[in-house]
Ligand binder design. Structure first.
Ligand code: F6R
Length: 365
């Protein structure tokens, strides 16, 4: 059942090229345009909404953070992202003019479901991004955008996250196209980039040994930080969650520009910082953050695109992801970090598929 892998987590990490391809194929028509069959999001609908509110928990929340960047950039609509346990108790500003998006792998997470009900009772239109067909969240939504990840067994979410990202990009592009906030060329370019991601993810998976090597060097550390800017900061949270939930290493993610407002106090010789630096337009800024940290003699490992300015720094340890448009990099960046979390946990002898204290689907408060 684990298809020759030792753990479901590794099997599911390796299923990502297929899961991403599948999620894309279901939503791209013969004419090369995105089709949201069964989802009613017309131009008139979109004109009615004055904001989008994304609500989810854990990894799905992290997919929502990337969704905010994508939707605001492409569809030029304001997007709020909340963790469900906060949203439902704060009497949120939601009304008939809100498009509410719930993201959930299982479709059974109690806080997400209760948030959805709260939004619905206030008149919002509810769209959900769900993996399990016929789950509670799916049943109670006006429209469902399914991820086609297939069953996810390991407690740590991997392929559900990358397919949730794909859904967020497709939604952002679709809305941007309807609203006329992106050009035809840009639309085609991003779609082309998305279609190229399965192969690029595969290239990362084919070099898993490099990450295994890194994990063997770092598995006995007490803490590991993740930093990033822009869309990379959203991915940093997910990298950190993955690592801590399976390896139990104390991990923490922060927007790189925030470091100097407090957290840099923790940097000392031998502190490990993984710096996500995939955004070409933020490369200089990341470079100075990396230098600030290295000046405290902390150890930085950068995750960056092949050929980037940062990838050429000789004295810096670097993990390279294939070249891609800045917009879609999260789909690639997370993969080596999922592998890293896995290998670190394995070196530490942890119960990877069922980490202590965690349940696959949280149906209680
Ligand atoms: C982390 C993880 C959890 C879930 C969260 C939401 O790897 O799996 O953080 O993402 O419990 O679950 P769903 O998506 O089922 O609502």
């Amino acid at each position: 059942e684990k298809g020759g892998y030792q753990h479901f987590m590794m099997k599911e990490i390796n299923e990502q090229p297929k899961a991403i391809r599948e999620t894309l194929q279901r939503r791209i028509g013969k004419d090369g345009k995105i089709k949201l069959d069964g989802i009613s999001l017309t131009r008139e609908d979109l004109e009615k909404f004055d904001k989008i509110s994304i609500v989810a928990c854990g990894t799905a929340y992290h997919a929502g953070l990337v969704g905010k960047y994508a939707i605001e950039k492409m569809a030029r609509m304001p997007v709020e992202v909340d963790v469900a346990s906060e949203f439902r108790y704060r009497d949120p500003f939601v009304d008939e003019k809100t498009l509410f998006i719930a993201i959930s792998q299982s479709g059974e997470t109690l806080d997400t479901l209760m948030s959805l009900r709260e939004a619905k009772s206030k008149g919002a239109r509810v769209l959900s991004v769900v993996n399990v067909v016929g789950s509670s969240v799916a049943r109670e939504s006006d429209d469902v955008f399914y991820t086609w990840a297939g069953p996810e067994i390991a407690v740590a979410s991997t392929k559900a996250y990358t397919t949730q990202l794909v859904c967020m990009y497709l939604l952002a592009l679709y809305m941007g196209d309807l609203r006329g906030t992106i050009t035809e060329d840009y639309y085609k370019q991003v779609l082309k980039e998305l279609k190229a991601t399965p192969k690029k993810v595969q290239r990362i998976l084919d070099k898993a040994e490099d990450i295994e090597e890194l994990a063997k060097n770092l598995y006995n550390r007490d803490q590991i930080f993740f930093i990033g800017r822009g869309i990379d900061s959203a991915v940093a949270y997910e990298c950190s969650l993955k690592l801590k939930e399976v390896s139990y290493i104390n991990s923490f993610a922060i927007a790189a520009g925030e470091l100097k407002h407090g957290t840099i106090a923790l940097m000392e010789p031998e502190t490990i910082v993984i710096a996500l630096a995939t955004q070409d337009f933020l490369m200089e800024k990341m470079y100075s953050n990396i230098e600030e940290i290295r000046a405290r003699r902390a150890h930085v490992i950068a995750v960056t695109k092949e050929g980037s300015q940062i990838s050429k720094i000789k004295s810096l340890e670097v993990i390279r992801i294939p070249k891609c448009m800045d917009e879609v990099s999260p789909i690639l960046t997370i993969v080596p970090m999922q592998l890293f979390a896995y290998y670190v946990a394995r070196e530490r002898g942890e119960n990877i598929d069922k980490p202590r204290n965690l349940a696959k689907s949280v149906t209680v408060e």
